[in-house]
Design a protein around this ligand. Sequence first.
Ligand SMILES: [Zn+2]
Length: 158
Amino acid sequence: MSKPGAIVRFTGKLPENSDVLAGFVRWMVGTEFSPKITLKARKRFTGHTFKFGHAVKRTRSYAVHFVHGDLSDSLHYLAHEVQHVLQYERGHLANTRTHILWHGEPYITVEAYKALGVAEFATYLALPWEAEAKQAEVTKPHEFVRWVKAGRRSEFGS
Ligand SMILES: [Zn+2]
């Protein structure tokens, strides 16, 4: 049996600090789920998490695009996007053809969600899965640094 936890790889140019970034993602996912996560470092634009269906052997695949600046910027963006991966893995965030579901309940129609433009950015940020990911941006990098300083990084490696 393979080791539980996220299977992390990079696509495109390997970013600076890639070992730390991969270690952060593995730490955030923990051992409950084993999603396959392909990271793509980008210079600008917002981050994005793409989910690819229900893959074989209960391992789900995700592509995570994150803005790669200095290390703290990268951890900030990755925390946000990996929180979305966890929401999918836990079944908190899901979608049908017509609705986006939050904790199993229809929250917004896909149509209304797609129509949220720049003018409704505040509404977008207030969506519960976005608010939760925003919170992760703030808390997770700090928790990770504390965990590394406690000398437990070797448990995960990268
Ligand atoms: Zn988000």
